[in-house]
Write a protein that binds this ligand. Structure first.
Ligand code: NAP
Length: 469
């Protein structure tokens, strides 16, 4: 094995008056990037490698020894090696006594092993103080310095002093350490980088499901029906008309799904007469992804606005206008202005624009940079009060679009209602339930429950049956 010369060891000692040397086991991608960052922050860096001679890629200024010699130079050792290669660690157990061993490893799959890598390491070297951390930062981010999006470093460990030491190192290289508690938290930290948009999965699945459903539904009643009944081929509707039926309906349903769980939760609390009982898991999960549901709904609303803007430029629309004008002039008749229709169309657009404006406001206030500068009451005002107003405006916009079509049998093709009618079902349910909740007597009761009041009689009667509370 390559042994450090006295000269090299002396240089490590020279730098030590600035900052204590940090040792990194492993000269791979992560080890090199971390070393580069530490060197820039003034830490002397000493690598421990299986093959110290083959170290040309290492950042200049770093030193490289074999594992045994390298660990003697530092109290803190970063283990930038995959878990599968930890076999070389147990023989170093005595030398690692009292040292801080930082496990930065990740796995390929969630819960790949029965215990976390950090706990496994702690079992291999019980004399060392194992700290889990840095695994959520990528080698690329460390090297390029673009740490804005991933500057948080989650740290956990059983020994508080060792944890503080590692957090101090993180701070000095421009990261923000967050203490996550004991080494038991390591499993969660190791699963964290393996998650793929966990909060977006449910909203995107619902949006995709609704999109497919409305697409098939609209194709059946707006394309297949005219062809089957009148031999009228209107398949060109697939490009713009059909999507512009899907987007508003999906958007409206998703927006109502943002508010439905809150309404359900309020009714559950009213029924139970207490707030001190957990909601069912499905409701908890649903409530946690409301922001994402709202943002997906906003994206669909944007598409609806864009598609609506280009309607007057469409050839089929211009052709219909020209056709009706020619028909009128042929009959030598001028159509009277239908004031009722003018009102309806203007209101339809006005409500749509106002609703969309508030929609955008909701989206903006959900951004962390904005929500961080408003207090809780202001945030609730926008997200709850203005949110319900948005839902009301958008539902009214849809109702004005349909107007009295729901009364006319010709709009029920093959007995199926128009897509907008389906799109309004959940929003109307949410608005009616909300209306019940804001009636003074119900509102008073729910406010008392949320302030900690409990329906005593029920609790007394059911004191032995917790499930009734
Ligand atoms: P890597 O490029 O494959 O480097 C691993 C290093 O481990 C090798 O360069 C080697 O260094 C050492 N090694 C390999 N086999 C060994 C063995 N049998 N015994 C002792 N040492 C051995 O991997 P990496 O990307 O740097 O990742 C290292 C660790 O950091 C992993 O646990 C990974 O999960 C974690 N991590 C990586 C990233 C990232 O962005 N890459 C991000 C967060 C966490 P020597 O030849 O010098 O001994």
């Amino acid at each position: 094995m390559f042994a450090p010369t006295q000269d090299k060891m002396a240089r490590v000692g020279e730098n030590a008056h600035k900052r204590d040397a940090i040792c990194i086991f492993g000269t791979g991608d992560f080890g090199r990037s971390l070393g580069m960052r530490l060197l820039k922050s003034g830490y002397p860096v000493v690598y421990g490698s299986r093959d110290p001679k083959n170290s040309t890629l290492l950042p200049s200024g770093a030193q490289v020894f074999n594992h045994t010699e390298a660990l003697k130079t530092s109290k803190v050792i970063f283990l930038a090696v995959h878990r599968e290669s930890y076999d070389f660690i147990p023989p170093l157990s005595d030398l690692l006594e009292g040292k801080v061993l930082v496990d930065v490893s990740n796995n390929l799959r969630m819960n790949q092993y029965s215990e976390s890598n950090a706990q496994y390491l702690s079992q291999l070297v019980p004399k060392a103080n194992v700290v889990k951390g840095f695994n959520t930062v990528s080698a690329w981010a460390l090297q390029s310095g673009s740490l804005d999006a991933s500057s948080q470093v989650f740290v956990c460990g059983d020994d508080n002093k060792s944890k503080q030491l590692v957090m101090e190192v993180a701070r000095s290289i421009g990261l923000t350490p967050l203490d996550q508690g004991s080494l038991l938290a390591a499993e969660e930290l190791e699963n964290y980088p393996l998650q793929l948009f966990p909060m977006w999965r449910l909203p995107l699945t619902i949006a995709a499901g609704l999109t497919v459903f409305f697409f098939i539904y609209c194709v059946v009643i707006d394309v297949i029906y005219p062809y089957a009944k009148e031999n009228n081929d209107v398949s060109y509707r697939l490009a713009i008309s059909i999507p512009n039926r899907i987007f508003p309906n999906v958007s409206l349903i998703l927006l109502s799904l943002v508010y439905l769980p809150g309404v359900i939760a309020a009714f559950i609390q009213l029924y139970r007469g207490t707030k001190y009982k957990r909601f069912p898991d499905w409701l908890d999960r649903w409530m946690l992804c409301r922001k994402q549901l709202g943002l997906v709904a906003l994206a669909y609303a944007f598409l609806h606005v864009l598609y609506t803007f280009i309607i007057p430029t469409r050839y089929s629309v211009r052709w219909r206008w020209m056709h009706s004008m020619i028909e009128e002039s042929k009959k030598n008749k001028t159509m009277q202005l239908n004031k009722m229709l003018s009102w309806r169309v203007d209101l339809y657009f006005a409500l749509g624009m106002l609703g969309f404006g508030l929609y955008v406001l909701l989206g903006i206030t959900s951004l962390p940079s904005v929500s961080n500068v408003v207090n809780w009451r202001e945030f609730r005002f926008v997200q709850s009060k203005l949110g319900y107003i948005t839902l009301l405006l958008c539902t009214a916009h849809a109702a004005l679009f349909g107007w009295d079509r729901f009364l006319q049998s010709k709009w029920y093709r093959w007995g199926l209602p128009q897509a907008y009618m389906l799109g309004m079902v959940i929003p109307c349910i949410v608005l009616v339930l909300k209306l019940i909740l804001i009636t003074p007597c119900v509102d008073k009761m729910i406010t008392r429950i949320r302030q900690g009041w409990e329906r005593k009689s029920k609790i007394k009667v059911c004191s032995n049956k917790s499930s009734f509370i």
